[in-house]
Write a protein that binds this ligand. Structure first.
Ligand SMILES: Nc1ncnc2c1ncn2[C@@H]1O[C@H](COP(=O)(O)OP(=O)(O)OP(=O)(O)O)[C@@H](O)[C@H]1O
Ligand SMILES: [Mg+2]
Length: 483
């Protein structure tokens, strides 16, 4: 027979302590079919056995030579607190037994003479709870270990996220991006409400996250909600939460994002898509720092930094009565406009290289760098979808590149290959001049314009035409400029 269900290998060990030979023998007979039984004639010997063996349960007589049964069990508690303790008692010394039971020193007492069947039943029950308790200890340890692993993993992921959204991962060496970084750095240290504007794909999302992870709020949550993506009631319940029964389908209370972001940042994307009712509610949060869940009668205080974003012209919407003026001013405590990519073409090569490197590594491609003509197309294209479009273009190229070693113009999409000149009226020379000598600066300007015209027009006649000078003048000028 097994010592206990579920374990074939191990029998529980029981220690019985009594100075009467006959009683020891009786206990052994009653128990040694099911358990490994050790016996001792005194508390002192009992303690030695306890040291040596893995004892699950101890039965001791109350009256022993030397130390008493209670003293012996006290020592058992010190040495092996998990062992279950039972006491044999010959005459009803009720008072001391009751105290021992109440103080938790013993699990149960057995009165002499005992019924072997009842004794076995009591021992079996006691050991069942012993088994559960030790399983509990093991599970608790395993859980603690799993928790610690999760905590480490969490820490690692948090660092990854922080790294991913660090300022360093936002690319831009152009003067207009330098202004963006400048504002970002300043506002990151504060909790000021911020409105990020810019065309689609200019990096509004990226910038919002970077600000959060550079701010003192970085250890609390960053939550984002696209205000254009949900019907009114759902958006309201997402942002402010709801009480059970507030509307059909609200089966239980739910916390809103404002509450979840307490101490952190909420990013309200496409703020221009909100309806008038939602605008009023947002105004209230910004003014009072309080939210009221749908269907609730009370409000809650929240400490949340608000970053809003839009690709629409909010000022114009205000003028046309489509956006509340008071909310507009509450949101744009600081306004951060992100320049479209075509207005900072000098960032295109760095961005393109960055996306190429990343995509090539991810897809295990050997693509490195761009040919001149490919890069020329990339910098000439107007990028209506801005950085996102550039990123997608590069990913597409890498995915379809086969075993090419550099990106060539014919690998680019149709729309890029079709570009022969910048489709906007931007001036062909963006890089700022370091030069203060007007003569030398003008020469440099001429050099750049001629180079650009030649590259885009393909031959000198058409380049001269584009520059508005005779062909001979162009030739002379090029010679003088050492081109
Ligand atoms: N300066 C940058 N450096 C590196 N990557 C950038 C930069 N700007 C944008 N990106 C990348 O371009 C993609 C689009 O950026 P993001 O989603 O932040 O744009 P958005 O302004 O929020 O666009 P939308 O208005 O369409 O939501 C993202 O993958 C982002 O990582
Ligand atoms: Mg976005």
């Amino acid at each position: 027979m097994n010592a206990h269900p579920g374990s074939e290998a191990k029998k529980y060990s029981i220690l019985v302590v009594d100075d009467e030979e006959e009683i020891l023998r009786g206990l052994c007979e009653a128990l040694d079919d099911e358990y490994e039984v050790f016996s001792a004639a005194s508390g002192e010997v009992g303690l030695e056995v306890l040291e040596r063996e893995d004892i699950a349960l101890v039965i001791a007589d109350q009256v022993l030579p030397g130390m008493t049964g209670v003293e012996f069990l006290e020592k058992v508690i010190e040495r092996k607190p998990t062992a279950i303790r039972m006491m044999l008692t010959g005459y009803a010394d009720v008072a001391s037994i009751v105290r021992a039971v109440n103080e938790g020193r013993i699990y149960r007492y057995i009165q002499k003479p005992w019924d072997p069947e009842e004794l076995r039943l009591n021992v079996r029950r006691a050991l069942e709870s012993y088994g559960l308790a030790s399983e509990n200890v093991q599970l608790t340890a395993a859980l603690a270990e799993a928790n610690e692993r999760l905590r480490q993993e969490n820490l690692y992921l948090r660092r990854e996220v922080e790294r991913r959204y660090s300022f360093g991962n936002i690319i831009g060496g152009s003067p207009s991006m330098a202004r963006v970084f400048d504002v970002m750095e300043k506002v990151a240290a504060t909790s000021a409400t911020l409105l990020i504007t810019g065309e689609t794909g200019t990096g509004k999302d990226l910038v919002a996250r970077a600000i959060h992870y550079a701010s003192p709020r970085k250890d609390a949550r960053f939550v984002a909600q696209n205000c254009g993506a949900l019907p009114d009631t759902l958006l309201e319940s997402e942002l402010f939460g709801h009480r059970r029964g507030a509307f059909t389908g609200a089966h239980q209370d739910k916390k809103g994002l404002f509450e979840l972001a307490h101490g952190g940042t909420i990013f309200l994307d496409e703020i221009g898509e909100t309806n008038p009712g939602m605008q009023v509610r947002l105004l209230r949060v910004l003014q009072d720092g309080e939210v009221r869940p749908l269907g609730a009668s009370d409000t809650r205080k929240v400490d949340v930094r608000v970053i809003a974003a839009t690709n629409r012209d909010l000022r114009k919407m205000v003028e046309e009565g489509d956006f509340r003026e008071d909310l507009f001013y509450r949101l744009r405590v600081v306004e951060l406009p992100l320049p479209p990519l075509r207005e900072r073409r000098e960032d295109i090569p760095t961005l393109a290289e960055h996306f190429l490197e990343r995509a090539a590594e991810r897809m295990g491609s050997g693509l490195r760098g761009f040919t001149h003509s490919a890069m020329n197309r990339l910098t000439a294209y107007p990028w209506p979808g801005n950085v996102r479009e550039l990123e997608n273009e590069i990913e597409r190229v890498v995915a379809l590149s086969g075993d090419a070693s550099a990106v060539t113009a014919d690998m680019l999409s149709e729309s890029l290959r079709a570009v022969s000149r910048p489709s906007d009226a931007s001036f062909p020379v963006e890089a700022p001049f370091e030069e203060w000598d007007l003569g030398r600066a003008t020469d440099e300007l001429k050099r750049r314009m001629i180079a650009r015209a030649l590259e885009e027009e393909g031959n000198k006649s058409r380049a001269a035409e584009r520059l508005g000078i005779p062909r001979q003048s162009l030739q002379k000028m090029m010679k003088r400029l050492g081109m």
